[in-house]
Write a protein that binds this ligand. Structure first.
Ligand code: ADE
Length: 286
């Protein structure tokens, strides 16, 4: 499978539908479950679970805590496809076409709305551990230096070559989600997410740089997926689970560990999953 080849992806999307045994229902909503949505798949009705290793062209996730399944099922009255685990560029040699392949496949299956979650470090001091932050915009560091998933792609069937990234995170969805979260008693904020390539966490000086650039939180995913989704015309919604707060003070370093990130994820996931199920229930049928 060449993830930049349209015909290869059409073939693969049909293959996935056939492996899942889907005849009538095609997914409308695509969900990428990062940290914070570990429990979402448990809420799906009539789930069809396909491990990545049953799918041609799918690399296996190497990050502890990421499962590696494609799941079809009903959530909030809509048929959804859920990716349990994602492809981080640092896992796959910065191969952006490969890392965004699931988004293109979802669109080919009929998905019109993408929902993604991630774990992030808070940069803005208003953010606390355990908060959820709705992405209102992003700064895609790898994309700015040439690692855009749109580089090298010149097939109009995927969308325009020059893609607008204005309103990348759909304003109406953000407003709806914000109100729902408040009603739900979730500690919710909105902010700008900065994606670094990782897999290292940032130095204190790098966190300061992110803050100066206008970022509220930093992480290692999501932006490449949203960029491809926007090229395909999907509306996007994403949120970060703040799993640690980065220090801006060189004399007061704050250490981060992946196990802490996973632990906070487990604690919040139940409530966040319920919130997202409600958001899907509240979405228009377009
Ligand atoms: N993911 C979770 N916390 C992070 C941090 N501080 N920096 C980058 N990615 C993260």
């Amino acid at each position: 499978i060449n993830p930049n080849n349209y015909n290869d992806l059409i073939w693969l999307s049909k293959r996935i539908i056939s492996i899942a045994g889907i005849k009538n229902d095609f997914p409308q909503i695509g969900i990428i479950c990062g940290s914070g949505l570990n429990n979402l798949a448990d809420r799906m009705e009539k789930p069809i679970i396909i491990p990545f290793d049953k799918l041609p062209g799918f690399p296996l996730p190497s990050v502890i805590g990421h499962k590696g399944n494609v799941i079809f099922g009903w959530l909030g009255g809509k048929y959804c496809i859920c990716l349990q685990g994602r492809f981080h560029p640092y896992e796959h040699n910065m191969d952006m076409a490969l890392c965004t392949m699931p988004v293109r496949l979802m669109a080919m299956m009929g998905v019109k709305t993408l929902i993604a979650s991630n774990a992030a470090g808070g940069v803005n001091s208003d953010l606390n551990i355990g908060d959820l932050m709705i992405l209102k915009d992003h700064i895609f560091m790898p994309g700015l230096i040439g690692f855009s998933p749109l580089v090298g792609l010149n097939d109009p069937r995927f969308g325009n070559r020059f893609v607008s990234m204005q309103n990348a995170y759909d304003q109406k969805l953000r407003q709806k989600a914000f109100v729902l979260a408040k009603n739900f008693g979730i500690s919710i904020k909105e902010g700008v997410y900065l994606m670094n390539a990782g897999p290292h966490y940032e130095t204190t000086a790098e966190v300061s740089l992110a803050a100066k650039l206008g970022a509220d939180a930093v992480g290692m995913s999501t932006c490449h997926e949203v960029m491809v989704a926007r090229q395909l015309g999907l509306r996007c919604f994403a949120f970060s689970l703040i799993t640690n707060c980065s220090s801006l003070d060189l004399d007061n370093p704050m250490d981060i560990s992946h196990s802490d990130v996973l632990e906070i994820g487990r604690k919040i996931s139940e409530k966040a999953s319920e919130w997202i199920a409600q958001l899907i229930d509240n979405l228009d049928n377009d």
